[in-house]
Design a protein around this ligand. Structure first.
Ligand code: CU
Length: 313
């Protein structure tokens, strides 16, 4: 085991007493098994934490004891989730590495164990390593990060467009390439919730889109800055007055996906949820036919409804 006796002696100078104390051969196996046990314990708790979080992550809405991002319903969100896990592994490894170094310093180089400290000031190999290794880690992070940004920011050929407008404090939606009708979408008050509707997230008029179709969204605002965000879609984009922002999603699972305004926009910022219902093409066509009639004469929104919909505070 203790070929490294010579290494220790070289690193700390042949100063006799403390070098011998530091490099006693019988310490080696004990230290190794402790380290191995520590690493195993951390790996096991990381794995348990990750699987627990995955088990509790909701699809389309938050769930009790959720610890991770919501489940993915689009390719973009799948990439965001795997990038998040990748970063978590890197961060945990760095934290663990620094923790082990600190523990070694505390145990082996305290005043008692090491009364005469080494005067070593430079180690070329070490200095090159602690410069190059972080650079390599950053490059390893940057490559998938830029790939993800590209995926988010380049809208593929869209199958349809929905225009989203933020208002104080509700959203309105228009279907410009499906007849141009539009409607407002307001939060359902707690007292009016139907079974299965989540509190503070359910709305009266959901946006309906077909499954497995690229939906381009044009996002703007009529008053202040809001932000259109649906966690399971991996979409979050600011709604800015006088400006048209673009994003996209391609939902691969049917269901209702909830989100909330994610830019502080005033008194009822917390009470302007958004709900997207993803249905089959057939159901979408049926909805479209009746929505065109229902919303044919949609006029300006009725702000008083907002005050009614928001719970008393
Ligand atoms: Cu808002």
């Amino acid at each position: 085991m203790h070929g490294n006796h010579g290494l220790c002696a070289r690193a700390f100078g042949r100063q006799g007493r403390h070098v011998r104390r530091l490099c006693r051969p019988r310490r080696g196996p004990k230290m190794m098994s402790l380290r191995r046990a520590g690493a195993l314990a951390v790996a096991a708790s990381c794995w348990m934490g990750l699987s627990l979080a995955a088990a509790h992550a909701g699809l389309g809405q938050p769930s009790d004891w959720q610890m991770n991002l919501q489940q993915a319903a689009t390719p973009v969100m799948e990439s965001i989730r795997s990038f998040n896990t990748f970063l978590l592994v890197i961060i945990s490894s760095i934290v663990l590495f620094v923790l082990v170094l600190l523990a070694i310093c505390i145990v082996r180089f305290n005043e008692k164990a090491n009364p005469v400290p080494s005067k070593t000031t430079h180690n070329t190999l070490l200095e090159v390593a602690w410069t190059v290794v972080p650079v390599m880690i950053l490059v390893a992070i940057a490559i998938p990060s830029f790939r993800l940004l590209h995926l988010e920011l380049h809208t593929p050929e869209p199958d349809m467009t929905v225009k989203v407008t933020g208002h104080q404090w509700y959203w309105s939606y228009e279907y410009p390439d499906n007849g141009g009708f539009g409607f407002d979408s307001l939060m359902v008050a707690e007292k009016d919730l139907k079974p299965g509707q989540p509190r503070l997230l359910a709305v009266d008029n959901e946006v309906v889109v077909p499954v497995n179709k690229v939906v381009r969204i044009h996002v703007t605002s009529a008053d202040v800055i809001h932000s259109f965000a649906v966690p399971s879609f991996g979409v979050k984009i600011d709604a800015i007055p006088g400006r048209l922002n673009e994003s996209w999603f391609k939902a691969t699972k049917e269901g209702v996906y909830y989100g909330q305004c994610s830019e502080l926009c005033g008194r009822d910022h917390a009470f302007m949820p958004l709900a997207v219902r993803v249905v089959s093409q057939q159901d979408f066509d049926a909805w479209l036919a009746q929505a065109k009639q229902k919303f044919a004469d949609t006029q300006a929104p009725v702000p008083t409804q907002v005050a009614d919909a928001a719970p008393a505070r």
